[in-house]
Design a protein around this ligand. Sequence first.
Ligand SMILES: [Zn+2]
Length: 240
Amino acid sequence: MDVTTKALVLRATDYKESDKLILLYSLEYGKITVHAKGIRKGNAKLKFAADQFCFGQYELSKIDDRFTLKTCEQMESFFSLREDVFAYYAACTVAESVMEFTEEGQSEPQVFVEALRALTCLTDGTEPTLVALRFLLGFLRLEGYPLQLSNCIVCGAESEKLFLDRQCGGLVCDSCRSADCTRVTLRTLAACKMVQDMPYDKLKNIDFTQELLKDALRFCSKYISFNHYPLKSLSELLAL
Ligand SMILES: [Zn+2]
């Protein structure tokens, strides 16, 4: 059976002598692995279809749960993301989050739209750390791990003095915290609250310092590693 889907390349790996296995994030099927035959040959016309962040209309042959690339019409290459190291690692953070958190074969249109919005925003020259922060806060909520930024996740009390607690896997108040926790500053919490529901096209108006953005991203990164495991691309972005 032939199927057509809009999809974004998350990753591609060499396979056999001249093939690739492309991990696509598709609108209709979620995360799928697609076998692209002969795509590494010198004259292969569809080489671009395996480039990281290539977004296009993919025509695939589907037999049981196996997909093979037939053709692709590129809609956006997002090529400029590979020319700026900050934008690149922010884009990789988006791709890695989708790769690690979403289920194979499960369509999540909202995640698909958010990922595309984030990449588009990065190509528009919006501060990459800010885009990464906005994406992660929205994505965590969509995936069922929302960061509760105002209340203690143990007793529910509203508090400004909150701690990120490894044992509880989230923000807790002074009374509920264990020894293994770090205080989250008011500035960091305020920055996250401001960004989390902001439309991507409005991010340009935000003027946070790099230091504040990195503090907020570090906080997200820790939260993710407490509940899951660390995102490598995010660590790279924070180390720049
Ligand atoms: Zn509490």
